[in-house]
Design a protein around this ligand. Structure first.
Ligand code: DGL
Length: 284
């Protein structure tokens, strides 16, 4: 086992959705030290102007890096990734990984060339998405749903909320009518709703999200700096938790430590203060 500190990855989202990506990174690279940063004071990003999203992301990530210097930054939010990546790359030399809706792998999977794209209202509208579809799924019919409720339903799961089945049924109507056989989860909150989505769309064969691809990209970046061996290694010291800090720009949601540990992401108790006055969730 290496004496070096494990590589650290800062995972950012507007809320809890990025935990679905953090879980994939932890699964592939169990010894990576994860710091989770959520702008829950700015949630949801899906209805915010681009300039606000860019400003909030850059400010919060800059503060987090001061206290938790990291080897890789993951913007685990599709909505933010469509606008913030060039700004972050200009701000820091730390490699930045963004999330892109998995249109390309969906086009490779679909049998009937009918794909459903589920994303936030903001992501659905971005010209970037039009280019992605044209480039990788030009021969497919891509039916888009940009529903404002789904991210909120996913957030409610933290406090034990239940997904409203009837509303979800209604929200998925366009996919049923289009007969899609593949659905792209173009928001990192949506893998957390997968059980309900599968029940609502039983004929969908392929569910595509970007979590595993992001994890592989993080592994590749760490490999470039010879840190990947430390990341693969499974440290079995009982005191160590995969997430060393969970930082929230508003009060941490009740039940977040339990929710994270259900995803295999137990949080280590953190002491100290953070410059942007977030609250820190620990394994209470
Ligand atoms: N998880 C974010 C995404 O992937 C949620 C966006 C929001 O805050 O509306 O888009």
């Amino acid at each position: 086992m290496s004496d070096q500190a494990p590589p650290r990855v800062l995972v950012f989202d507007s809320g809890i959705g990025g935990l679905s990506v953090a879980a994939c990174i932890h699964q592939l690279l169990p010894s990576v030290d994860l710091v989770y940063l959520a702008d829950n004071a700015g949630f949801p990003y899906g209805d915010k102007p681009e300039t606000v999203v860019v400003d909030r992301c850059c400010t919060l990530i800059a503060h987090a890096l001061e206290q938790y210097p990291s080897d890789v930054i993951v913007v685990a939010c599709n909505t933010a990734s469509t606008v913030v990546l060039p700004h972050l790359r200009a701000m820091t030399s730390v490699p930045v990984v963004g999330v892109v809706p998995a249109i390309k792998p969906a086009a490779a999977k679909t049998r009937n060339r009918r794909i459903g794209l589920l994303a936030t209202p903001a992501t659905i509208r971005r010209p970037y998405l039009d280019r992605l579809i044209k480039e990788f799924a030009g021969d497919c019919r891509v039916e888009r749903i940009g529903h404002p409720g789904l991210v909120r339903w996913a957030e409610d799961l933290v406090s034990g909320g239940v997904v409203p089945v009837d509303e979800l049924e209604e929200a998925m109507k366009a996919f049923r009518e289009a007969g899609v056989d593949t659905v792209v989860l173009g928001c990192t909150h949506y893998p957390l709703l997968l059980d309900g989505l599968k029940t609502s769309l039983p004929s969908v064969r392929f569910w595509m999200d970007s979590g595993d691809a992001i994890a592989r990209r993080v592994a590749w970046l760490l490999e470039q700096t010879d840190q990947v061996a430390d990341a693969w290694e499974d440290i079995t010291e009982p005191a160590r938790s995969p997430v060393s800090a969970a930082l929230f720009s508003d009060s941490a949601p009740d039940g977040i430590a339990r929710f994270m540990s259900e995803l295999g992401l137990s949080v280590q108790l953190v002491r100290g203060t953070w410059p942007a006055k977030p609250t820190e969730a620990g394994s209470a």
